[in-house]
Design a binder for this molecule. Structure first.
Ligand code: FAD
Ligand code: NAP
Length: 314
């Protein structure tokens, strides 16, 4: 049997929300334990430049997250490399089981498990995942030097991925189902000025096709959403960037959720439907989903956890 560790405050997740909760929880003398999960540092570790973190005109996402980790650790947070596989919120202390075999018991919990990339869910996408189909340009872009690539989506992620991929690809086709991007204006301007990127409006991915041996993408068939006409685009890489879904696996049956699985919090608060359980960052935020808003919610969650624990003691 593994160890059991008790803490006043358990923080699950190591993105901007989790680390900020660690800083504030430590300064409130709650001696928090933070469990990092399988993506230490969270989503910003799979991007390059972050240009909207106040005080840093430009910082690499992975570097920013290392700095946040160091800050939380220096403040007094115990940071543990583990992934929570089960969370029992039915009674206090709450119990979380880690994949390393450690059981964590906690008087309060901050859920900061963030979000993950969405997939289209088509069989050909699944078949070529890891063999030409990807959801992470910074992870896989390097493999497509001198090749043609398509990116699916029209938000910040799709535009950033398309721009980043021009560092490697000979041509990037951005396929979007409308003729209007929901990305920030500054990114759209960069996209439109980039000669390697060709937008293809009013189209959706219909099928990825490729070779069997070795398994690898050779092209996509795309459908015009207005006419239904199918067009063939030869390419070696397909990057899916159609948004993110909240990582709610631990709580989807125990906490109230809405808007496609985001954890419901009380107005102007990070309190969830269970007293003593707080949610911060992309797990609850269906609206802004930014590093700075996640960090802000991490701060709120730690302050609210402190107040909750003080009330319990009183
Ligand atoms: P996340 O960063 O999603 O981190 C979630 C954490 O939870 C991870 O550490 C994961 O390991 C952990 N976790 C999940 N499940 C478990 C579990 N069961 N047990 C333990 N741990 C678990 N925002 C900006 O403001 N500026 C940008 O430039 C920017 N660029 C982006 C580029 C890309 C490619 C992407 C995908 C997003 C970008 N964003 C950007 C959005 C930003 O990354 C997110 O809003 C932010 O990271 C959310 O922080 P979070 O703390 O809620 O969670
Ligand atoms: P998003 O903003 O939700 O955009 C998803 C895009 O994919 C939309 O254009 C959407 O089309 C399209 N889409 C969704 N489902 C589709 C489907 N089934 N088929 C075809 N297209 C589909 O997601 P995101 O770009 O991943 O961004 C998520 C959050 O992270 C946002 O809040 C964003 O601001 C943030 N983020 C910020 C930065 C930054 O600050 N630089 C960078 C990356 C991400 P429609 O437009 O038609 O709905």
């Amino acid at each position: 049997m593994g160890d059991t560790k008790h803490t006043k405050l358990l923080i699950i997740g190591s993105g901007p929300a989790g680390y900020t909760a660690g800083v504030y929880g430590s300064r409130a003398m709650l001696e928090p334990i933070l469990v990092q999960g399988i993506q230490p540092g969270g989503q910003l570790t799979i991007t390059t430049e972050v240009e909207n973190w106040p005080s840093r005109q430009e910082v690499q996402g992975p570097d920013l997250m290392i700095e946040m980790e160091e800050h939380a650790r220096a403040a007094g947070t115990e940071i543990i490399s583990d992934h929570i596989s089960d969370l029992d919120l039915s009674k206090r202390p709450f119990t979380a089981k880690g994949e390393t075999g450690t059981t964590y018991t906690a008087d309060a919990v901050i859920l900061a498990t963030g979000a993950q990339a969405k997939w289209l869910g088509m069989p050909s996408e699944e078949k070529f995942k890891g063999f030409g189909v990807s959801a992470c340009a910074t992870c896989d872009g390097f493999f497509y030097r001198g090749q043609e690539i398509v990116v699916i989506g029209g938000g910040n992620s799709a535009v950033e991925e398309a721009l980043f991929l021009t560092n490697f690809a000979s041509k990037v086709t951005l396929i979007h189902r409308r003729d209007e991007l929901r990305a920030e204006k500054i990114l759209i301007n960069r996209l439109m000025k980039n000669e390697k990127i060709e937008p293809l409006w009013f189209h959706e991915l219909d099928e990825v096709y490729g070779g069997e041996s070795p398994l690898g993408v050779e092209g996509v068939k795309v459908k015009n959403v207005k006419t239904g006409e199918i067009t063939d685009i030869p390419c070696k890489g397909v990057f899916i960037a159609i948004g993110h879904a909240p990582s709610n696996e631990l709580v989807k049956d125990t906490l109230e959720t809405h808007m496609g699985g985001y954890v419901v919090t009380k107005p102007d608060s990070t309190e969830t439907s269970i007293p003593g359980v707080f949610a911060a960052g992309d797990i609850t935020d269906y609206k802004y989903r930014q590093a700075i808003t996640s960090a802000g919610m991490g701060c709120m969650a730690a302050l609210e956890a402190e107040r909750f624990l003080a009330e319990q003691k009183a």
